[in-house]
Ligand binder design. Structure first.
Ligand code: G4P
Length: 525
């Protein structure tokens, strides 16, 4: 197949949600349709949930949380689908942010009873920054939940995106009868069954008497009324607006019952974008260009505890990736060849000879890669990764075993390169501060320092509200600010200036006292 065709058939996306909304269940059902697994429950059952196939690290087994981000590729019809899994636990949101740099679109899962939750809101902000096209799946219709119109209003106001229902539920909870597929004008009846696909009633339109036969007169009348309202309130679905990230189509269903999932998938493959051009520092790079290029968005350490190695996940942006071809590692200025790149198909990883834009290849690594590194077939191209966001929790990290300070330094360095958390060095006292989005990351760091580097660390509290990257066009003003706030100045791991504000009040005062300084809450400005 020609490069262009390979690109056109690829759909690389992530499923994101607040924990428990049904992301794992939906992922599993999509794999089921793709024939990548054969029984429901293969990815997740009560027990397997603790070690879902996408979880590799020992720590995940212990904690039962998906710490890792992995990739699941499968063919569906003519399409090649790559689902990038994201950690189920919100403490690892940073990992999810980065995964969002490697996808072309996103499916958001929302629980019909809970509506938009905190984590969904945050992840949507990241999608919005990049204008990532979003499809929303409202899940758990088999349970009592909120009125679908209320949900749509909430999606619009909370996620700050226009919505357009493409399917519509007939009742909810115990009385849930099915969904009307607005996109295809068909009716799917609900049979609560975790293995079976829904039953389809062939109809010409919603006015077809077979609708009344299937769901009863009252519900049929209500459905018609609802649809009329939808057509009146929401503009026609505009695929281009969806691709620009301005409108999100909404589907309703029940992932657990495999209901509404196929409809979602069928529509998804049709409307979701194939790999798009990517903006590098130098220029825009088109996927169909001859020259290979890609970037590292994730580094996964020690997948095999017997071999101390990492896997760098590379998202291919252009050209054809070939095994053993010489590629330039832009940051190191070195040419490297990869003898054992792996691809992720049907939940297995195996060595691949070639891969295409949209695909993710895993490259075994012994310390050459950092998050954000670019590989090319020669041209000088640097992809910009996702910025770091101001962490939400901070602690001083101290050495608890003076004999092992080298190990600790190396461990901290590598874990930061992997993107596990952010490191700031206080310029006043030289102490190192680790910033995370959740308490669990501190535990992971401590565990990994001990088990992988033989180092012991100790955490000490520091009361901080936010870390802000600062800059100014006025060098004098910047110097004056740094002098005045010298106790609260730090550098990030790239040596950029960071102001450590210990309260919102202090930050606001600083902003009003130093109008020439710009305060940024993410590292990209
Ligand atoms: P997550 O990855 O977003 O965290 O959610 P996950 O799929 O693990 O689903 C969270 C819980 O919601 C699971 O129940 C799952 O079975 C349930 N669930 C998912 N989809 C539906 C649905 O359509 N209807 C209903 N009624 N429940 C759904 P659990 O009790 O936490 O796990 P388990 O014991 O079922 O494995």
């Amino acid at each position: 197949m020609a490069l262009k065709e390979e690109i056109a058939r690829r759909r690389t996306f992530a499923i994101i949600s607040h924990p428990d909304a049904g992301k794992t269940t939906l992922t599993e059902k999509l794999l089921l349709f793709g024939g990548a697994i054969h029984i429901a429950g293969a990815v997740k059952s009560n027990k397997i949930k603790k070690t879902a196939t996408s979880d590799w690290m020992e720590i995940e087994k212990q904690r039962g949380i998906s710490v890792a981000t992995s990739v699941m590729g499968f063919n569906y019809g003519d399409y090649k689908i790559n689902i990038l899994d994201t950690p189920g636990h919100q403490d690892f949101a940073e990992d999810t942010y980065r995964t969002l740099t490697a996808v072309d679109s996103v499916i958001i899962v929302v629980d019909v009873a809970k509506g938009v939750e905190r984590q969904t809101r945050k992840l949507m902000e990241v999608c919005r920054m990049r204008n990532t096209p979003v499809i929303i799946f409202v899940n758990k219709l088999d349970r009592e939940g909120r009125d679908p119109f209320d949900i749509l209003d909430e999606l619009e106001s909370e996620l700050k995106i226009s919505v357009r229902p493409l399917s519509w539920p007939i009742n909810i909870g115990e009385k849930f009868k099915g969904v009307y597929n607005i996109y295809e004008h068909s009716l799917d009846l609900f049979t609560p069954d975790k293995q079976r696909v829904s039953e389809r009633v062939e109809i010409d339109s919603v006015d077809d008497p077979r609708v009344d036969e299937a769901v009863g007169d009252t519900d049929a009348a209500k459905l018609r009324e609802d649809l009329e309202l939808i057509e009146g309130v929401y503009p026609e679905f505009d695929k281009e607006a969806y691709l620009r990230g301005e409108v999100a189509p909404v589907f309703f269903g029940s992932a657990l019952n495999t209901f509404g999932v196929k409809e979602l998938l069928d529509c998804f493959v049709q409307i979701a974008p194939a790999p798009k051009p990517v903006m590098a520092e130098e220029r825009e790079v088109k996927p169909e260009e001859e020259g290979f290029s890609g970037f590292v968005f994730k580094i996964h350490a020690n997948m095999d505890p017997n071999h101390r190695s990492c896997i760098a996940f590379v998202k291919i942006c252009s050209g054809r990736f070939e095994r053993n071809a010489p590629y330039k590692h832009m940051r190191l200025g070195k040419t490297l060849k990869f003898a054992a790149p792996t691809a992720f198909m049907a939940q297995k990883k195996s060595i691949v000879d070639e891969a295409y834009p949209g695909d993710i290849v895993g490259i075994p690594d012994t310390g050459n890669f950092k998050i954000g590194d670019t590989l090319t077939s020669g041209e000088s191209i640097h992809y910009k990764g996702l910025p770091s966001f101001s962490p939400e929790m901070f602690k001083y990290i101290e050495n608890a075993d003076p004999m092992k300070s080298k190990q600790l330094d190396k461990g901290i360095q590598q874990l930061m390169d992997e993107g596990v958390a952010q490191l700031f060095t206080n310029q006043f006292n030289g102490r190192r501060i680790i910033g995370t989005v959740g308490q669990l990351q501190f535990e992971v760091i401590q565990y990994r320092l001990e088990h992988e580097y033989g180092a012991q660390c100790r955490w000490e509290p520091i009361s901080l509200y936010k870390a802000c990257w600062i800059e100014s066009d006025d060098a004098e003003a910047l110097a004056a600010f740094k002098k005045r706030k010298h106790q609260f100045m730090a550098t990030d791991k790239e040596g950029r200036d960071v102001f450590l504000a210990d309260s919102n009040y202090v930050l606001q005062m600083a902003q009003s006292d130093f109008p020439k300084i710009r305060f940024h809450f993410s590292s990209e400005f």
